[in-house]
Design a protein around this ligand. Structure first.
Ligand SMILES: N[C@@H](CCC[C@H](N)C(=O)O)C(=O)O
Length: 271
């Protein structure tokens, strides 16, 4: 099967073009493709499928995705399915352009969290309309060496965004965070962040289904939202291990801007 490899601020993905939805992507296949030694390596998979090829498989929650031509079927490295991936949508959009599957600098991509607007900026960055962020109260998580408290937030997928004192580099994210399972029955992505200058956050993330990654777009939006008590009218630059993205919070919701690159194309015998 053909594949491509891409990343957005070093959140990296194996891209599988499957326009007619002919590939049965099992958990085992996803794990193998994402394995950094036995496979291609990635934090997740972006299956590129025509929305109409999904038929009944398009969950009701993804209904606004029906109007899109292309659907991002996102899988975490452990084979689990996620509703949304912010860096993933940018990389997916870059792939559609690269492969000539879309033209123009404005289009939409279908996700399990609905249709997401894509704008290609003059400098090559890609901006995604992430939609409304849902603030759901507070919760906490037990990390390897400390307990962190923060905001429970849905960016289509579940997050716990926790402000920490001191450098985020000092936080031990080597172990799966222990969460309140009543608050997060489906698990969550856990962000730790600190404000390091006016309008600038540093953030690290432990992603559900992938472990610590070098960036997480929905996590970046969650951290920016947690850092904005007024809810809107804010712009944040968010620095992560793999680079930097910008989040704009306004009355229409959140927009995420950042880079997205394709680094390789080839053929795999693993699918
Ligand atoms: N890296 C992504 C988020 C991917 C899904 C996440 N691990 C989950 O299970 O919700 C991003 O850039 O948003």
């Amino acid at each position: 099967m053909r594949f491509a490899k891409g990343h957005g601020t070093e959140n990296d993905f194996v891209i599988l073009p499957d326009p007619d939805g002919e590939t049965d992507l099992t958990k085992e296949t996803v794990r193998l493709l994402c394995d950094r030694r036995a496979g291609i390596g990635g934090d997740g998979i972006l299956r590129v499928v025509r929305t109409r090829a999904l038929g009944e498989a398009l969950a009701p929650a993804a209904r606004t995705a029906e109007r899109t031509e292309w659907f991002m079927d996102y899988r975490n490295a452990d084979g689990s399915v996620a509703e949304m991936c912010g860096n993933g949508v940018r990389v997916f959009a870059r792939y559609l352009l690269h492969a000539g599957l879309v033209t123009g600098d404005r289009f939409e991509v279908g996700t399990r969290d609905g249709a997401k607007g894509v704008s290609v900026e003059a400098d090559g960055d890609i901006t995604i309309d992430m939609g409304r962020v849902e603030m759901q109260g507070t919760s906490s998580a037990k990390l390897a060496r400390q307990v962190v408290h923060g905001a429970q937030i849905s960016v289509g997928n579940p997050h716990l965004a926790c402000e920490v004192e001191g450098p985020v580099a000092d936080v031990d994210l080597s172990q799966l965070p222990e969460l309140d399972t009543e608050a997060f029955p489906q698990g969550a992505n856990v962000e730790v962040y600190a404000q390091v200058a006016p309008g600038v956050l540093e953030m690290r993330v432990y992603e559900r289904g992938s472990g610590e990654t070098r960036s997480c777009g929905t996590g970046i939006v969650a951290a920016a939202s947690a850092a904005t008590p007024e809810g809107e009218g804010a712009t944040w630059r968010v620095r992560v291990l793999g680079g930097e993205c910008t989040v704009y919070l306004d009355a229409d919701g959140a927009r995420l801007r950042g880079p997205a690159v394709i680094v390789a194309e080839g053929e795999t015998v693993l699918v």
